[in-house]
Design a protein around this ligand. Structure first.
Ligand code: NAD
Length: 496
């Protein structure tokens, strides 16, 4: 399919401008595929104003009716799945299976949000005062700023957007400058659904770099900023939003570990580790970057891993059978090569991979390196397919190494031993927001709350009760009696 055919299929044409200031290149070959015009500060300000107006109308639409619009949006995504999945592949370089999977994730979260639109429950409590009723309710919060990273160019927005929409919020999306086309396509589809149903324009988009991102984070009209990206970005946004005492939901970098015990099903562990480490070319926040092998199985696992890693097909991610596409840009390749030099300097040995491919685009080899806990590079997230392999003797040691990094997103243990599994999941076990047994670190389902601890930012989005951050909680007490009792038995009797 030619690139213009994608644009036609997704009705993108009117956003593309021959002389637009933002050049979009495909990581497949580094060639420019489109130009779009980014929004000026003034235009972004106007879009935030429109989101505020849209919110005032949208908050009055009953939640199940809001859910119905999200359902219709999900139907449109079903129809657009193929071209949209392909555009994800062309613009961000993930293999087609994963591009389509990302669109499926959007559809799934829409379905989840439709059900949620009838379940935005508040609790009712027993008042300590006679003839009083006490309960809590949840109201829409306001326009939400959504800042997203390049590596999940559409799914992460939908985790926020579908839930925020049923909660009664409008939003402004600032996608990564690397991936504006998918964002424009998705926003167009969403806006069409709203227009066809005479709904307020709640899905706003600003195409711009961090300049506009900074403008949004400082703007009091946006009570919540949901930001996905690097720890560096999260620190900047977290501070800016705290400065105005706003609310932030931070989904930041990970440095995820998998423990493989001597009781594990090694074939199962091998398959899982390969996808978690090298799927999406190592560019997932949940990518497995650190592997802890029990000493007794380490030699066997390393040998199997190296053999399997060498057989991973690298190439055009749209082609059937290719398992690894390119990194997003040249800077990502340079960062990986610098990290490999540092690994060697710090005493690690490259067991396989370690090279960039001599072809157009930003292709690299999946790489495995030996590591020890005292190597500082292993505490950093290098956003590339590098897997560090450690060895351990007892589980306490493995858990200590596992938890000994600043990030805390996803974690896993492979074991058939019940005690080991429960120890890993206990309060003294993994310190991450996600902890799995016999499942690797990546590929979470939308039904659970997604997010991590420590420098990963503490935010939770997607399933479970993550919706609560998109609403404001109100505690209400009603006195239906004739007396005026005070809480805690306090008397305040004013003489007549
Ligand atoms: P990035 O931090 O470079 O950019 C992310 C987004 O933030 C972009 O839209 C960027 O324009 C914007 N931005 C950057 N600085 C900003 C600022 N000061 N103010 C406002 N906006 C700003 O990240 P990236 O390279 O696009 O993505 C990779 C990173 O994202 C990795 O660290 C990865 O782990 C992380 N990530 C985390 C999750 C998660 O859910 N925890 C999911 C996906 C990606």
């Amino acid at each position: 399919m030619e690139i213009t055919e994608f644009f036609d299929a997704l009705d993108l044409d009117d956003y593309l401008e021959e002389h637009g200031d933002l050049a979009v290149q495909s990581p497949l070959d580094g060639v420019e595929i489109a130009r779009v015009s980014s929004h000026s500060n003034a235009a972004a300000d106007e879009i935030m104003g429109k989101a505020e107006t849209a919110f005032l109308a949208w908050r009055q639409v009953p939640a199940p009716k809001r859910g119905e619009l999200v359902r219709l949006f999900g139907e449109e995504l079903r129809k657009a799945k193929e071209p949209l999945g392909r555009l994800v592949t062309v613009e961000c370089g993930k293999i087609l299976q994963e591009g389509l999977g990302e669109v499926q994730e959007m559809i799934d979260i829409c379905d989840f949000a439709v059900g949620l639109s009838r379940q935005l429950y508040g609790k009712s409590m027993h008042s300590e005062r006679p003839e009083h009723r006490m309960y809590e309710q949840w109201h829409p919060l306001g326009p939400v700023g959504v800042v997203t990273a390049f590596n999940f160019p559409v799914a992460v927005w939908s985790w926020n957007a579908a839930i925020a929409a049923v909660c009664g919020d409008s939003m402004i999306w600032k996608p990564s400058s690397e991936t504006p086309l998918t964002a424009i396509a998705v926003t167009k589809i969403a806006q069409r659904v709203l227009e066809a149903n005479d709904a307020p324009p709640i899905f706003g988009l600003v195409v711009a770099d961090r300049r506009v991102g900074r403008l949004m984070t400082a703007d009091k009209r946006l009570p919540l900023i949901s930001a996905t990206g690097s720890v560096r970005m999260g620190k900047a946004i977290g501070q800016a939003v705290a400065e105005r005492v706003g609310r932030s939901l931070l989904e930041l970098g990970g440095n995820n570990g998998i423990v493989v015990s001597d009781s594990a099903d090694l074939d199962q562990a091998l398959r899982a580790v390969l996808f978690a480490a090298f799927g999406t070319a190592g560019q997932r926040c949940t990518t497995a970057r650190r592997l802890f092998l029990h000493k007794s199985i380490a030699a066997e696992m390393k040998q199997k891993l190296v053999k399997a890693t060498k057989s991973i097909t690298i190439g055009d991610p749209a082609e059937e059978g290719v398992l690894m596409g390119p990194l997003i840009n040249q800077r990502a390749v340079d960062d990986m090569m610098n990290a490999l030099a540092t690994i060697r300097e710090q005493g690690g040995e490259i067991l396989c991979g370690g090279e960039a491919l001599d072809r157009p685009g930003f292709f690299v080899q999946p790489t495995i390196a030996t590591a020890t806990a005292d190597m500082p590079i292993t505490c950093e997230e290098t956003f590339a397919p590098i897997l560090y392999v450690f060895e351990y003797e007892d589980l306490d040691e493995a858990i200590a190494m596992h938890n000994g990094v600043p990030q805390g997103l996803s974690s896993a243990i492979f074991t058939l031993n019940l005690r080991e599994a429960e120890r890993f999941l206990a309060a003294t076990g993994s310190d991450c927001g996600i902890a799995n047994v016999n499942i690797a670190t990546s590929g979470a389902e939308i039904g659970g709350a997604f997010g991590g601890e420590k420098e990963t930012g503490g935010g939770r989005e997607s399933g479970s009760d993550s919706w609560k951050i998109y609403m404001r909680r109100q505690t209400c007490t009603i006195n239906w009696g004739t007396e005026m009792p005070l809480a805690q038995g306090v008397h305040f009797d004013v003489g007549e």
